[in-house]
Design a protein around this ligand. Structure first.
Ligand code: KIV
Ligand code: ZN
Length: 402
């Protein structure tokens, strides 16, 4: 069963940049920035936006509420479902329900509630018992379902938990009305074959699991988050939780752009599809990098500065003859074209700025252009090269100032 599409091979993209991603050390986004990111995620075509953890702080509540109220007119398909995280505790669930109220009125709200099922967490973190976990999961899902129709349940640290006990918890969550079951590899410990086997065991021990969407949520501590997510798809998962530029707790989450382009580029072999507008990938990556202050490593797959550059003579020669010799993706398909390669400096004039901005999709004239030009000169005095990311930053500021 799939709430978003009836196509059995359509993968639901669940973006957690604003929740797990924001849990990266040093990242603190304000509501305006979160709204800007949510709009860009909608343009990219993600299906579900996990907008935050409403009980965590008044700021998180406010941001989730603002995103739940937003109009996503630029989404290429249906507007995204807005999700709020809640521990399996009544005050968390109430707060999430309150923050999501406006999206719930449109049938686009999801509460994501979680509780750990591993004995390590039960004994050392929660200091309770398996019986408490069963009871907590049951009450939390029932409570969430009284507020919204779309409820996701996660057994935290599942991959280090006993499969039979986890399955018992999952069946209770499904009986209480959970519509998505997400299986987190919370500490990024599983290997792909092991994760696939664990999910298969959950299918075997949980009779109701075939009636809901199975989701994967993989952390990258051993660099396996994307590989593990793919392994999950191979045994029946149809939702992937991921974050732009792979940000998130510790080593981060599965990277959204890698997942999208993996499924797109190897559709021939894998047969899955997403609703992503891939040309928005580069712009989304730059926006997240700019607002979080987290640079993208040059050799990062898909969005790194070097992902489409060729250094050796043999490679350069091949690409000049035919790009397919050493490129498996067309950079234009992720939105990298001449506009992104533009580099301006302090000697560039107003016409060059206007042209560069137009290539990036911003049409500025008159006073707005004059202001942008002044800001551009200030940036150019500080930096040798003004890149597409710098230009986007100053235009956004200009437009905000209007
Ligand atoms: O990694 C994790 O287990 C989580 C849960 C809250 C789903 O982020
Ligand atoms: Zn996580």
């Amino acid at each position: 069963m799939n709430a978003i599409t009836n196509d059995p091979n359509r993968v639901i993209l669940f973006d957690t940049t604003l929740r797990d991603g924001e849990q990266s050390p040093g990242i603190a986004l304000n509501t305006g920035e979160k709204l800007e990111i949510a709009q860009q995620l909608a343009r990219l075509g993600v299906d579900v936006i996990e907008a935050g953890f409403p009980i965590a702080s008044p700021g998180d509540f406010e941001a989730v509420q603002a995103i739940a109220r937003a109009d996503f007119a630029d989404a290429p398909g249906a507007p995204p479902v807005i999700c709020g995280l809640a521990r399996a505790q009544a005050p968390d669930i109430e707060r999430a329900g309150e923050a999501l109220r406006d999206a719930a009125a449109d049938g686009r709200a999801r509460i994501h509630t979680f509780i750990s099922t591993s004995d390590i967490h039960i004994e050392h973190q929660m200091r309770n018992t398996r019986a408490d976990v069963l009871e907590g999961a049951k009450a939390a899902v029932a409570h969430a379902r009284s507020l919204v129709d779309d409820v996701e349940f996660s057994p935290m640290d599942a991959t280090r938990a006993d499969a039979e006990f986890t399955a018992q918890v999952l069946q209770i969550a499904i009986d209480e009305g959970a519509t998505t079951i997400n299986v987190p590899d919370t500490v990024g410990y599983a290997t792909p074959d092991e994760y696939a086997e664990f999910l298969s065991q959950l299918y075997e021990f949980t009779p109701g699991l075939r009636d809901v969407v199975l989701s994967v949520h993989c952390h990258d501590d051993l660099g396996l988050a994307v590989a593990n997510s793919l392994a999950g798809l191979s045994v029946g998962a149809r939702q992937i939780e991921c974050a732009v530029n792979g940000i998130g707790e510790r080593a981060g989450n599965a990277s959204l752009e890698e997942i999208i382009m993996l499924l797109e580029t190897r559709k021939d072999r894998l047969g899955f599809s997403t609703g992503a507008a891939t040309r928005e990938i580069a712009r989304t990556s730059r926006l997240i990098s700019r607002l979080t202050g987290y640079p993208v490593q040059p050799n990062k797959a898909i969005v790194g500065r070097n992902a489409f550059s060729h250094e050796s003579g043999i490679h350069q020669d091949g690409v000049l003859k035919d790009r397919s010799t050493f490129e498996i993706m067309d950079p234009a398909s992720i939105g990298i074209d001449d506009a992104n390669q533009l580099v301006l400096g302090k000697h560039s004039g107003r016409a060059a700025l206007k042209d560069a901005l137009e290539k990036l999709g911003y049409k500025l004239d008159g006073q707005a252009l004059r202001q942008a030009f002044d800001s551009f000169k200030q940036v150019a005095d500080r930096k040798k090269q003004v890149t597409a990311m710098d230009l986007e930053a100053l235009v956004t500021d200009e437009l905000r100032a209007e």
